[in-house]
Design a protein around this ligand. Structure first.
Ligand SMILES: *[C@@H]1O[C@H](CO)[C@@H](O)[C@H](O)[C@H]1NC(C)=O
Ligand SMILES: *[C@@H]1O[C@H](CO)[C@@H](O)[C@H](O)[C@H]1NC(C)=O
Ligand SMILES: *[C@@H]1O[C@H](CO)[C@@H](O)[C@H](O)[C@H]1NC(C)=O
Ligand SMILES: *[C@@H]1O[C@H](CO)[C@@H](O)[C@H](O)[C@H]1NC(C)=O
Length: 380
């Protein structure tokens, strides 16, 4: 009798999600302040999942990044093309076919890949996603007018798949927070009374000791900023801004390329700030804007942008991003994979700059009156 009971228990365990592998066992499931769980989504509701496929030769990539970046190395400046990066890191044939056939078996058919073949971006129903990733359960979360679909519980994958996937995106991470905020625009501060144009491009250029001749002169110079969270700049605002504040140095007044779609409606304050200031400090330099258009509610905007870099062979050399996450809201598997993505960018000679925020070492209250430092990712 005892024997039979334990056999039943064993069979149940095999079939339960607990038998799967947690790819991100340390991923926080905490709902960020301001978001409310409004309940489970309908089984047919669409979700978007991003599969970060296991790459090859990551150690070689790391060595290579060191060599092309080190002025003392004979390989200094010998950057790789996107094709060459692909040849190095693309997943093995075994990984590609194992993941593909797993997705097909479950009826996941709408997948897109990137040039380096190490991401799969798939659309499916919540119902299929929950069967594909045992343990997951998709709910809709709201904050103001924003809505995202996320799993309130951790996902697993079968043991067969665990060695082929670094992590699955679109389940847990909420849209990143802006890391640079202008205090002058803080809602809780009186506006007009203490509002003054204290910091203009000419003030910044003076502080950084940039003379009129400290502008981009080489035609191959290029720079970009990335805008997430449905923030847009307005070309007419930019042009007016440059007319008002761009005196004393040669500059461009137009963005050369917008990747993605600019939304309609009002320009975002912070999106405008980014593009106006990159173009007045990096003056006379061709500038692109990466825009995260009409965001689908299950996407992770930062991850989308990261994938875009792996899908475009020709990119500006310098990228700035004014967003970041609290490190403790992210899993180690996610951060390590993003670090590899940065190496892929560095191997191509790209420079990526992230806002470090306004809070120094950061602060997290762990108990009443007890605080610890709170690093932000990717900046620190
Ligand atoms: C990558 O680019 C190709 C070709 O431009 C496109 O078909 C594909 O959808 C892109 N992948 C993603 C994930 O957007
Ligand atoms: C500022 O730049 C000028 C010339 O462009 C230089 O002579 C001077 O030393 C610089 N000052 C500082 C503090 O770097
Ligand atoms: C501005 O940049 C262009 C290349 O894009 C260059 O040809 C030109 O000389 C630069 N202007 C100055 C004053 O350096
Ligand atoms: C500038 O770009 C052109 C075209 O991509 C390239 O042929 C040339 O080598 C580049 N020059 C430098 C100095 O990087």
């Amino acid at each position: 009798m005892l024997h039979r009971i334990s056999l039943v228990v064993l069979l149940c365990m095999l079939a339960s999600p607990a038998q799967g592998v947690f790819l991100e066992p340390d991923q926080s499931l905490k709902i960020p302040v301001g978001w409310t769980n409004t309940g489970r989504v309908a089984p047919s509701d669409e979700v978007t999942l991003t599969f970060a496929l296991k790459q090859q030769h990551v150690n070689k990539l790391k060595d290579l990044v060191g060599r092309v970046s080190n002025p003392k190395s004979p390989q200094y400046g010998h950057f790789l093309s996107l094709d060459e990066v692909m040849s190095l890191v693309q997943p093995s044939g075994n990984t590609l076919s194992t993941v593909r056939s797993w997705l097909e078996r479950h009826g996941v058919r709408e997948c897109e890949t990137v040039q380096t073949r190490d991401f799969l971006h798939c659309r499916t129903s919540a119902n299929i996603a929950e069967r594909l990733l045992p343990g997951s359960e998709f709910h809709r979360f709201m904050k103001g007018g924003e809505s995202v679909v996320r799993s309130s519980t951790p996902y697993t994958v079968s043991e067969e798949l665990a060695s082929h996937i670094d992590f699955v995106g679109g389940l847990h991470r909420f849209p990143s927070q802006r890391k640079v905020l202008s205090r002058a625009w803080d809602k809780h501060r009186p506006r007009r009374a203490d509002f003054h144009l204290g910091v203009t491009p000419s003030i910044l250029r003076e502080r950084y000791n940039l003379s009129a001749s400290d502008i981009g002169a080489h035609p191959n110079n290029s720079q970009a900023c990335a805008q997430f969270l449905e923030q847009y700049f307005h070309p007419a605002d930019l042009s007016e801004f440059m007319q008002l504040f761009g005196r004393g140095f040669l500059h461009h007044s137009k963005v050369d390329q917008v990747v993605g779609q600019q939304g309609g409606g009002r320009a975002g304050l912070e999106a405008s700030l980014d593009v106006e200031y990159i173009m007045s400090t990096g003056a006379n330099i061709s500038t692109w804007v990466f825009s995260n258009q009409g965001r689908h509610e299950s996407q992770e905007p930062f991850l989308e942008w990261m994938m875009l870099l792996s899908n475009m062979s020709s990119l500006p050399w310098v990228h700035t991003v004014s967003y970041g996450d609290d490190e403790d809201s992210l899993s180690v598997a996610f951060m390590q994979r993003i670090n590899v993505e940065f190496m892929k960018a560095a191997a191509r000679g790209l420079t990526v700059l992230f806002a470090s925020g306004d809070d120094g070492a950061g602060c997290k209250e762990v108990a009443k009156g007890k605080n610890i430092f709170r690093p932000s990712f990717p900046a620190s």
